[in-house]
Design a binder for this molecule. Sequence first.
Ligand code: FAD
Length: 400
Amino acid sequence: MNRVDVVIVGGGIVGLATADALLRSRPELRLVLLEKEDELALHQSGRNSGVIHSGIYYRPGSPAAQLAVEGRISLTRFCTERGVPFEMTGKVIVATDDAERERLPGLLARGRENGVRVEAIGPARLRELEPHSRGAAALHVLDTGIVDFRRVCDALADQLCQAGAEIRRGWQVKELVERSDAVVVTSGHDSLESEIAVNCSGLFSDRLASSSTNSEPAVRIVPFRGEFHDLAAARRHVVRNMIYPLANPEFPFLGVHLTRGIDGRVRAGPNAVLALAREGYSWSIVDPGEVRELLRFPGFRKLARRYWRIGLEEMVRSVSTHALARALRALVPEIQARDLTRSPAGVRAQALSADGTLLDNFVIRETNRIVHVLNAQSPAATASLEIGRHIAERLIHHLD
Ligand SMILES: Cc1cc2nc3c(=O)[nH]c(=O)nc-3n(C[C@H](O)[C@H](O)[C@H](O)COP(=O)(O)OP(=O)(O)OC[C@H]3O[C@@H](n4cnc5c(N)ncnc54)[C@H](O)[C@@H]3O)c2cc1C
């Protein structure tokens, strides 16, 4: 059996950034990163909106706000140094009715408190920035941009290999067992011993956490699919950069928006529908055991009672392109259902507590030798380098 200093489970952006931060502080460590797929970043990190978030939405003083703002700065510095293309395009958040208009000043104040460059704008300025959008009032957020997070992951992986880390692909961790002298990491065919381990397995992080403690985790990962549609090439001109609605403050998702990617494509989405499997990228992928377990979880039943109406509306927009186009017309009146083509979806690993709360902050749980990252949800790709640095500090504390 091999013995190493650190095992990191998960080759998404959080696992990669954690490994990178750790080796920068402690280059002598023998570090192995284990990924179950044959490629890195095939799940959340490679299936997201590609937005460098500003940090406007998060409660001032919260870890999410701090990590997003600092993370955006570190990410753009990293991309510049490593030649990963990105663009700070800015975005508009449009109030589509009177109720939303009344909420704009609150979001403006929150953004400014978080140190984000944002200004309130009227219809004339909105039309200068996004000539095809309509709205009586909007916010213009300057500190927002676009990047391909898969390219960021590739750059991190190259850097890791140069620093002497080993990345094993096709290595699915079945169990993390904590002993007094080591963590034993096993797959179906192999095993490893390590001083410490980090669980960055995204959609499976709660399962892996319970394999190590032999108990039910305090939070459960609920898979929320985010579906995207491509806007026809002939229609791309109706979106210059990014057009967002004002998000429902009770729901941790941002509402269907329009985003230009770094590749020039314009996508509508993501919505948020319950996925019927952890990697349920379409309605046809169903894991009956997973669905049964979810229905048994008390937090899920409370969540369903609280949000059934929003959930139903999201499902209608998921199955009907006409309903989706209708929602998008509140942002850009010219969009028609025939302009939209389904493109690959992503699934968010959203942590839910037993009392039915959708957690909106990063959740990190530690035992003597294992750190579990249980809720690295958006903006975790933007904030990944700072999250990695934060976890690395904790790991060094454990090692010392
Ligand atoms: C639709 C969507 C849109 C989003 N948009 C944005 C955005 O615009 N900006 C932003 O900042 N954030 C966005 N996010 C959030 C962001 O993508 C995630 O927060 C981030 O990618 C999480 O990274 P991760 O490394 O924790 O998870 P993942 O990328 O899911 O990585 C986990 C890895 O662990 C591996 N794994 C799982 N189980 C095992 C096992 N047992 N053994 C070995 N390996 C295992 C998986 O294969 C996977 O590669 C979005 C997310 C989604 C889904």
